[in-house]
Design a protein around this ligand. Structure first.
Ligand code: GDP
Ligand code: ZN
Length: 308
């Protein structure tokens, strides 16, 4: 459910909260992460002679989400495991929408095809201009298979849909601060205390601060995973081809590219670029893609050439 330094809060099968430490000889799989176990993991415990509980084994994961570690750039930070659904909360205004953030978020959920709903909160504030933006973004993402809903904690628009999503699942909730995450959850689960805002941001870079997610049980079979610290998402753990593979509508086109390692930039006979020209692939997605791979390449460049 939660980790605090060396201790982990574990919800037992009987519904008790147990504190446990990590066993010394635990076998980790190939995944190199700064944290060996994350919220959502299922573990097996043993009790030592001093009555301390020890995590002896991590059960196989159905999926997980990782990000670049805020502390060690080339390591991965495991955010959560065994996630049934992800809610990305955004809004068109207050604060203004950052399309790039949506695409970066989707890079985390896409490797295991975790179902994502993009939630446009504060719909009560949308006028013609904002609704136009909403419609545009709605069309882009629903066309490629993501769910998009409009919500308001004021008018309660869309809240039933969110409640359905939250019920009987482990749901990861994310979004930039101020979009209304805590208000939204509270409108459905009264008294729920999400860690408001981004406690990771005091140092500017998310260092020396908590970035661990926490899981909360709000019904017997319903869990909310809240994720502080996913404010800016950078991905130098990803290669350009990883990004290309995880833009799902690009991936389905890519067999028609002339080169099978096509990065969809300047290569001749690129099916993705053609699809952008015909409008089949949205150019906003394409521009975000270019921006992301550009960031990855320039980060890598500066690291490789840092002695110049
Ligand atoms: P968080 O940082 O994402 O947890 O955001 P909060 O839940 O703290 O909300 C940030 C601000 O937006 C607060 O002033 C809320 O009252 C306001 N807010 C949240 N949801 C809505 C909404 O649906 N409509 C409007 N107009 N304001 C909202
Ligand atoms: Zn291509």
């Amino acid at each position: 459910m939660k980790s605090t330094g060396n201790w982990y809060d574990i919800l037992s099968e009987d519904g008790d909260m147990i504190q446990a430490r990590m066993g010394g000889k635990i076998r980790l799989d190939e995944l190199k992460t700064t944290n060996p176990v994350a919220v959502g993991d299922q573990v097996e415990l043993t009790m030592e002679t001093n009555h301390d509980y020890i995590i002896r084994q991590i059960m196989p994961r159905t999926n997980y989400v990782v990000r670049q570690s805020p502390r060690k750039k080339h390591n991965l930070h495991l955010i959560a495991s065994n996630v049934d659904h992800a809610l990305l909360i955004v809004t068109v205004i207050e604060p203004n929408l950052k399309m790039g953030f949506i695409d970066r978020f989707l890079l985390m959920t896409e490797p295991y095809n975790i179902p994502v709903t993009i939630v446009f909160n504060k719909s009560d504030l949308y006028k013609a201009k904002e609704n136009k933006i909403f419609e545009r973004v709605h069309d882009i993402y629903t066309k490629i298979g993501y769910a998009v809903v409009k919500t308001s904690t004021m008018t309660r628009e869309g809240l039933d849909t969110i409640k359905d999503i939250l019920t009987d699942k482990k749901v990861l909730i994310s979004g930039q601060s101020g979009v209304g995450k805590s208000s939204l959850i509270n409108a459905i689960v009264p008294g729920y205390e999400i860690r408001v805002g981004d406690i990771s941001d005091h140092s500017g870079k998310g260092q020396h601060t908590t970035t661990f997610a926490e899981m909360h049980q709000w019904q017997s079979n319903s869990f909310i995973i809240d994720t502080p610290g996913i404010k800016t998402l950078s991905f130098n753990n990803l290669e350009v081809m990883d990004v290309a593979h995880n833009f799902r509508e690009f991936f389905v086109m890519s067999p028609d590219c002339k080169f099978n390692d096509c990065t969809h930039r300047n290569e001749p006979n690129c099916a993705v670029k053609k699809a952008v020209e015909t409008g089949e692939i949205d150019e906003l997605r394409y521009n975000n893609y270019l921006q992301i791979i550009d960031d990855i390449e320039s980060q890598n460049y500066w690291e490789l050439h840092s002695d110049y």
